[in-house]
Design a protein around this ligand. Structure first.
Ligand SMILES: [Zn+2]
Length: 426
């Protein structure tokens, strides 16, 4: 593609070096010309030319003189983060979370509200668009160019097509052109990904995984899923379905049918919806006064009620959370043996259950993993469960927009939306 570009200077080598220099500046890994030379391996002249080019097209700017390291002090270089905005959304089974970020992925505004994803794409996406419009009209992002849109959904996504594929908890969404719809409405490229992938990416870029290369993010919400970071990059797999661990079979639970139709899936036994379901049934049988009282106040129970009950020392609630932690830990042990991550991050609504839940998972993982795989393994709770998915949705946009495959196509137009290629955008 680059070689057939009429602008002959955009050769493959040129683009490689331009993207490398830009990546180092925008991720904060190198902020001066000498630092860029040291980190990129390119010579002084090449670095200097690429920096000049990036300044000329308005992507980076020079700041004050940096600290002297013996020789002449160098000017600090920054990405011009405020020249555009990214719209980001994370849909959960029971919530909509939307945000607007600058070009460094910093959140400028954020809003979350309840939503049942099962009401379908029309109502859900109309609401997402309303919330985006409100942010663009009133927020700090008003008047700025939209460089891209990222959205996460709680189900398997064919990443290249921007469509959910047979998502078990999203009736009406199968094959719906989510990316195409948003791209057309906002005249900007759009990407759709699985919600847990985006949480993993959010942690990699702005959270607990910033200095890690091999990470597993486990979301234990209504359902259960995993996002994988391998060698510093999000691992989506051949079709985008990597990490769908909620539907591995758990021995001894064949009598429970999962929303996907199969018997004994992990999420049908250990996920938040399963915990709430079993708690309601047991409370109805008189096994917990605390939960029976809650049940009398409303229609059903949520996993929140169970977590509250456990906090009050309710034996049934503690037992249900322990069972969940144990089963999740067993599955994780398999992942740890197979995949050898240095960090496992636990997120989702059930993860707020606290240290006891985390301790159960840890114990179960360490008991069943090989010593070498767990020698330096850390298992921690997600840094910012409310916003990490939205941040990840923004980073997937920024990574694509500044990628080698795209930068050369839009750089002369000033923004990636300058010549939107909607047919290709997800
Ligand atoms: Zn299943």
């Amino acid at each position: 593609m680059a070689t057939s570009d009429p602008r002959a200077f955009v050769t493959d080598d040129y683009l490689d070096s331009l993207v490398s220099v830009l990546d180092l500046v925008r991720t904060g890994k190198a902020g001066t010309r000498p630092a860029l030379k040291a980190c990129s391996g390119y010579g002084r002249a090449v670095v200097s030319q690429r920096v000049t080019r990036l300044i000329d097209c308005g992507l980076i700017e020079e700041g004050s003189l940096g600290p002297s390291t013996g020789g002449r002090p160098s000017r600090e270089l920054y990405l011009r983060s405020d020249t555009g905005v990214v719209l980001a959304a994370a849909l959960g089974a029971t919530s909509i979370s939307v945000g607007i970020t600058d070009l460094s992925g910093n959140l400028l505004g954020h809003h979350e509200e309840p939503n049942d994803v099962a009401v379908g794409p029309e109502r859900t996406l109309s609401r997402v668009e309303e919330l985006f419009d409100k942010m663009l009209a009133t927020g700090t992002g008003g008047g700025k160019d939209i460089w891209g849109i990222g959205i996460g959904v709680p189900g398997p996504v064919e990443f290249s097509a921007g469509r959910p594929v047979s998502p078990p908890i999203m009736p009406g969404w199968d094959g719906y052109p989510v990316g195409q719809r948003l791209a057309t409405r906002y005249h900007a490229p759009a990407w759709v990904d699985n919600d847990v992938n985006l949480m993993a990416l959010g942690e990699l870029r702005a959270g607990l995984a910033q200095n890690e290369t091999d990470v597993v993010y486990i979301k234990i919400g209504s359902g259960i899923g995993a996002g994988l970071i391998s060698a510093g990059r999000l691992h989506r797999g051949a079709q985008g379905a990597a990490g769908d661990v909620g539907h591995v079979a758990v021995a001894g639970f064949d009598m429970v049918t999962c929303r996907c139709g199969n018997p004994g899936c992990l999420e049908a036994v250990a996920g938040g919806a399963a915990i709430a379901r079993d708690a309601a049934q047991a409370a109805g049988e008189g096994r917990s006064t605390f939960l029976a009282d809650r049940l009398a106040e409303r229609d059903g129970l949520t996993v929140r009620d169970v977590i509250d009950a456990a906090g009050h020392g309710d034996a049934l609630a503690v037992e249900l959370l322990n069972r969940s932690g144990n089963l999740v830990g067993r599955m994780l042990a398999t992942l740890v043996n197979f995949y050898n991550p240095s960090l496992v991050i636990i997120g989702g609504g059930v993860a707020v259950a606290g240290d006891m839940y985390l301790a159960t998972i840890r114990q179960s993982v360490y008991r069943r993993s090989l010593p070498l795989a767990t020698r330096d393994l850390r298992i921690v709770r997600s840094s910012n469960i409310e916003t990490i998915g939205v941040q990840g949705a923004a980073f997937v946009v920024l990574d694509e927009v500044f990628s080698r495959a795209r930068l050369g196509r839009w750089i002369d137009d000033g923004t990636p939306a300058g010549r939107p290629d909607l047919s290709e955008a997800g």
